[in-house]
Design a binder for this molecule. Structure first.
Ligand SMILES: C[S@@+](CC[C@H](N)C(=O)[O-])C[C@H]1O[C@@H](n2cnc3c(N)ncnc32)[C@H](O)[C@@H]1O
Length: 278
């Protein structure tokens, strides 16, 4: 399975939502936003500014630039982990992707299941502050050639606003929680986000697995490690490495967008953790 092909279909949908008449204007706005996002992500450590993903230009630019790379990171981590591979052998798998609106974590899991010819019934909760992501991946099963049973639920949910998450309890029984390039995004508002993570780690079911992956920056992974330690999660794997997008992904599957916007992100230097609730 190739993520770029699925990403292309979502890009078409978002491109048509951009409220500018002229194609040249849309393309200029996207090029500017791709550069702007790059500079904002470089400053997450020192900034508490919030990125506005409601804007379709920002959502297009994010999906174009980052989703395939992040999905392949998730795919490669699962493939190299005995514990995550064993989880995917179950008849039913439920996952919650925190900050998962752009769909990268879900695509990574789908890519693993497809390539490993595994077909559990997959339930995926995408929890994200930005409701505009809600539509993007709701019909991903229709876009797969040999779909297995997938149900996707989007929930608007701000980790810094307890009133938006405190009443939700069902997601806590997920088998897998993914936090991919999420903790860096809320790092600037650490104090308001911590009660959410403490609640999640304390109340997830016994045996639940947590996949954390983010920029290889000590401030980010030390924060995750500290919260995991405080809540007695067992660390199964703790690794830093460089990732390249897998060779099976063809940039040309991005079609006309590749000619217009050039290379999406293809390499990443990340730190990741796989932890388990005791
Ligand atoms: C950098 S993206 C990561 C998305 C995806 N996991 C990936 O790797 O491509 C961060 C996501 O977190 C969401 N987000 C940011 N702050 C949030 C908050 N306080 N609560 C919930 N979601 C938030 C954003 O809307 C965005 O979708």
């Amino acid at each position: 399975m190739k993520c770029f092909q699925l990403v292309r279909s979502v890009l078409d949908e978002i491109y048509s939502e951009i409220p500018l008449q002229d194609e040249a204007q849309k393309d200029k706005a996207i090029k500017d936003e791709i550069l702007s996002l790059r500079s904002k992500y470089a400053k997450l450590l020192s900034s508490s500014r919030v990125i506005d993903y409601e804007n379709p230009i920002t959502r297009f630019s994010y999906i174009y630039s980052y989703v395939t790379s992040h999905a392949n990171i998730v795919y490669n981590i699962i493939e190299s982990s005995d514990m995550l591979c064993a989880l995917m052998d179950s008849k039913k798998v439920s996952m919650t992707s925190i900050g998962g609106g752009p769909g990268s974590d879900l695509l990574g899991v789908i890519k693993y299941l497809t390539n490993a010819s595994k077909s559990p019934t997959l339930r995926c909760n995408l929890y994200d502050r930005e409701s505009a992501w809600g539509e993007s991946w709701s019909d991903v099963d229709n876009k797969l050639e040999n779909p297995f049973k997938i149900s996707i639920y989007f929930q608007q949910f701000d980790v810094g606003e307890p009133s938006t998450w405190v009443r939700h309890v069902k997601y806590l029984s997920s088998d897998l929680f993914t936090m991919v390039y999420f903790m860096s995004e809320v790092f600037g508002n650490k104090t308001t986000a911590e009660p959410f993570f403490n609640n999640l780690f304390a109340n997830a079911k016994k045996g639940a697995l947590f996949l954390y992956a983010d920029n290889n920056t000590p401030d980010f992974y030390n924060w995750f490690d500290e919260l995991a330690h405080r809540n007695s999660l067992i660390t199964i794997e703790s690794t830093s490495k460089n990732f390249n997008v897998n060779y099976d992904e063809e940039k040309t599957d991005l079609g006309i967008y590749y000619d217009k916007f050039g290379f999406p992100k293809l390499t990443a230097n990340i730190a990741y953790r796989i932890c388990q609730k005791q």
